[in-house]
Design a protein around this ligand. Structure first.
Ligand SMILES: C[S@@+](CC[C@H](N)C(=O)[O-])C[C@H]1O[C@@H](n2cnc3c(N)ncnc32)[C@H](O)[C@@H]1O
Ligand SMILES: Nc1nc2[nH]cc(C(=O)O)c2c(=O)[nH]1
Ligand code: SF4
Ligand SMILES: [Mg+2]
Length: 216
């Protein structure tokens, strides 16, 4: 059984594939936060910008088999067009993404990407692995395609990650508009991020372009 909060066709907003048409499949649930506001400040991920509770979002639901889920997702790709690209996200997709789902997506012609916090083991066969570290706990997924660190996080300096085996290193300014006034750190995160990249050129700036475009 797969629990899906929402699924939608949009442009990848972040990282090296920003601007690429993609089907997003957002799984319900996360191992670093319950998603309930009352526990946000006690969680390992106080700044999370995403609602991943339940299955009530657009095109969300519960799907018994990989075939059922893929049949549903594939209706969202523009008919008759290839270049199929799916981004599994959440919540934490590594809690639910499995071999059967990867196999079925490939059968339907999809290139597969994941957005993960890197704390859980991943199945084989994912084409693009984006890891975004959150806790000071060791990363299980310590190599991949892009490492995309939300910046700044006081206990997670970028230099902790710069020797890992990733093809791309991105810093993404911490968005704060969804936080309550007493939850907002006193930093201009865009300015801090661009200054860090300028002084540490291994790192590139990732902006959440979908938010600027006001799309999903
Ligand atoms: C909502 S997470 C879901 C996937 C996975 N749980 C993870 O954390 O990578 C998707 C992406 O949004 C990023 N993100 C979450 N909250 C953010 C915020 N307030 N500002 C900028 N990026 C944020 C995460 O770091 C991650 O790269
Ligand atoms: N357009 C768009 N791009 C994204 N890249 C990563 C996202 C995510 O929430 O994982 C996301 C998202 O929610 N929307
Ligand atoms: S790990 Fe990802 S989904 Fe989970 S709380 Fe953090 S940013 Fe949100
Ligand atoms: Mg998002």
């Amino acid at each position: 059984m797969y629990s899906i909060k929402e699924a939608f066709y949009s442009l990848q907003g972040e990282g090296a594939h920003a601007g690429r048409p993609a089907l997003f499949c957002r799984f319900t649930g996360c191992n670093l936060w319950s998603g309930l506001e009352k526990t946000r400040m006690k969680s390992d991920c106080q700044f999370c910008d995403t609602d991943f509770i339940g299955t009530d979002g657009q095109n969300g639901g519960k799907f018994r088999t990989a075939s059922d889920l893929v049949a549903h997702l594939d209706t969202l790709w523009p008919e008759g067009h290839g270049h199929k690209y799916v981004v599994f996200t959440g919540g934490e997709p590594a809690l639910q993404l499995d071999d059967a789902l990867i196999h079925k997506m490939k059968q339907h012609g999809y290139t597969i990407a994941i957005e993960t916090n890197g704390t859980l083991k991943l199945p084989e066969g994912i084409d693009w692995i984006c890891v975004s570290p959150k806790t000071s706990a060791p990363l299980i997924v310590n190599k991949g395609s892009e490492l995309k660190l939300v910046y700044p996080q006081s206990h997670l300096s970028p230099d902790l990650f710069e020797n890992l085996e990733f093809a791309h290193f991105y810093l993404q300014p911490m968005a704060q508009d969804h936080l309550l006034p007493d939850q907002i750190p006193l930093t201009n995160t865009q300015e801090a991020t661009l200054n860090y990249c300028l002084s540490h050129p291994q790192w590139r700036l990732s902006l959440q372009t979908h938010k600027m475009l006001n799309i999903d």
